[in-house]
Design a protein around this ligand. Structure first.
Ligand code: UGY
Ligand code: MN
Length: 254
């Protein structure tokens, strides 16, 4: 008799890391414990170690856990709550963020968070070095929610967008957008652009083109797309799909 091999251990791995893109389903990810956090851990998904120019991870905060001290690392931060409720402070401003709630904390503003609830918090955590724009003031802290952000329909394509931090705002050096798809819909072209992406599947499923290959994506999956990776998304399944997308924008290159 051959030895029993549980499904998914050998031969069913969907994780893939290449020079300029990665597909990282949640299974198989390992958490990092950090000195600045108590009862919390981060599953890093995009970092400069793989070639990304930003850092993105899934933050897990147990009840009572959070930052040990207000964090002053000189970076700008974005938090988006996936489950549970997280109390976030950006300097003197605070908000209790339920699922779909988000916070933008500018560089130079102290960030702290704590889980005062009874269930574990899951959140998207992005951080990066802010690139100032000459002639533009630095952005202020922002809190909001997906629920309160209007949906912009893309013509009659069956697709829609939510610009969580606005769009074409030159004070900002990145956007966070929710891209939504009715079943069977897709972008009008294969995109190839300078912008980098961190993608988290929030709902549904689809097929993601990366360079020359299609990858099936399910809720909870993460994708890193470096600059100029040919990309397209095709919504499969019956329910429609949506993902949260980091996009670095509004800055020139040397
Ligand atoms: O705005 C974008 O770059 C977006 N359409 N890209 C993507 O969803 N992969
Ligand atoms: Mn794109």
């Amino acid at each position: 008799m051959p030895a029993f091999v549980p499904p998914g251990v050998i031969g069913h791995n969907r994780s893939l890391v290449t020079r300029n893109y990665a597909v990282l389903p949640p299974d198989g990810m390992f958490p990092s414990l950090l000195p600045g956090l108590r009862d919390a851990q981060v599953y890093y998904q995009a970092t400069p170690r793989m070639g990304a120019r930003f850092v993105q991870g899934r933050l897990e905060v147990l009840p009572g856990g959070g930052t040990r001290e207000p964090r002053q690392d000189g970076l700008e931060h974005f938090l988006f709550v996936l489950a549970g409720t997280l109390d976030v402070a950006a300097g003197r401003e605070t908000a209790a963020l339920a699922a779909g709630g988000f916070a933008y904390v500018p560089a130079g503003t102290a960030l702290s968070f704590v889980n005062r609830g009874t269930e574990a918090v899951q959140a998207v955590w992005i951080k990066r070095r802010y690139v100032p724009a000459p002639g533009h003031a630095a952005p202020a802290p922002r809190f909001g929610s997906r629920e309160a952000t209007p949906r912009t329909l893309v013509d009659d394509s069956g697709r829609w967008r939510q610009y969580l931090l606005g769009t074409a705002d030159m004070t900002m050096d990145f956007e966070m957008n929710v891209m939504g798809f009715a079943p069977g819909t897709h972008f009008h072209c294969v995109e190839t652009h300078i912008f980098e992406h961190g993608l988290v599947m929030l709902e549904g499923q689809g097929l993601q083109l990366l360079d020359r290959e299609w990858h099936e994506l399910w809720t909870g999956d993460f994708v890193w797309m470096g600059s100029f990776v040919p990309q397209q998304f095709y919504c499969t399944g019956w329910e429609g799909a949506a993902y949260l997308l980091y996009k670095d924008v509004n800055r020139d290159v040397e």
